[in-house]
Design a protein around this ligand. Structure first.
Ligand code: F6R
Length: 262
């Protein structure tokens, strides 16, 4: 794991954008695949990727975008459905083509149809050749995607019930708690681990406890984001507030400084 701590959220976003761009350079002209998280954490990163496009340092016109998750049961076109959110917050910002945006289909309400939608999503990711760089945020309860505490470490895309904490945290996007869906389709922890690079972005003191548990605690289903420790290419981009609970901070800073003379 590489743990990069920046003074504030803006520097965290620009550092994360450079890490994402470096990970997306695929040899052989193959269209790259960017895994997309929703929520507040990656917004600055997406803005920085948009800036890189404007400056001619990046081009996402042939890139595929693959969402981490989607609510179950929202009517198609609902503004808080993750397809709509990603169209606004990613496609509109970095120039990713809407027809290259893949989001799990959470429109079904019966279990069999949702299971089929989950299997179709896994198949689509495989067809695209896997995810090159997966952008991630972390829940205050340690969730990754919508893999809530207790999720199997090898899980694949499936239906999950949202925890009471996650529904409360996400109520800010809806008119009230009652309007927040109870279930979602989410990439599993095993699906996320199959991406070639993972980039976690976390800022603010509300994330400090979850970040410390995920990065320095045991690998456990009770803290789903602890699977980041298992992946061979995880880069964690934090601001000072989110890094406040880390015990081995000096070592991370020394490591980020690179080899002597470089
Ligand atoms: C988003 C997702 C979630 C969020 C997490 C943090 O697609 O799957 O894991 O990344 O809930 O949300 P924010 O960034 O809003 O604090």
């Amino acid at each position: 794991m590489e743990i990069l701590v920046s003074p504030g959220p803006d520097d965290t976003a620009s550092r994360a954008a450079e890490v994402v761009l470096a990970g997306l350079r695929r040899p052989g002209g193959h269209a790259s695949v960017l895994g997309l998280a929703t929520g507040s954490s990656p917004l600055g990163l997406y803005r920085e990727l948009g800036r890189a496009v404007a400056e001619g340092r990046a081009d996402f016109s042939t890139t595929y975008g693959v969402a981490l998750d989607e609510y179950v049961g929202l009517p198609p076109g609902h503004p808080e459905g993750y397809r709509q959110v990603l169209l606004r917050e990613v496609c509109g910002v970095i120039g990713l083509a809407p027809e290259r945006l893949e989001v799990p289909d959470g429109s079904a309400t019966d279990a069999d149809a949702l299971e089929a939608a989950a299997a179709a999503y896994e198949a689509r990711i495989a067809e695209l050749g896997g995810v090159d760089v997966q952008v991630l945020g972390i829940g205050a309860n340690g969730h990754l995607g919508f893999n809530e505490p207790g999720s199997a470490l090898a899980s694949r895309t499936r239906v999950k019930r949202l925890s009471a904490r996650t529904r409360r945290d996400n109520a800010r996007f809806f008119t009230g708690l009652d309007d927040v869906p109870t279930h979602c389709l989410t990439q599993g922890l095993g699906t996320i681990l199959a991406a070639r690079r993972l980039v976690l972005v976390a800022t603010g003191d509300a994330k400090a406890e979850a970040v410390a548990a995920a990065l320095e605690g045991p690998l456990t289903a009770s803290v789903p984001a602890s699977v980041l420790q298992w992946h061979p290419d995880t880069v964690v981009c934090l601001d000072e507030a989110a890094a406040a609970g880390l015990r081995n901070r000096q070592y991370y800073d020394d490591s980020a400084a690179g080899l002597p003379g470089t």
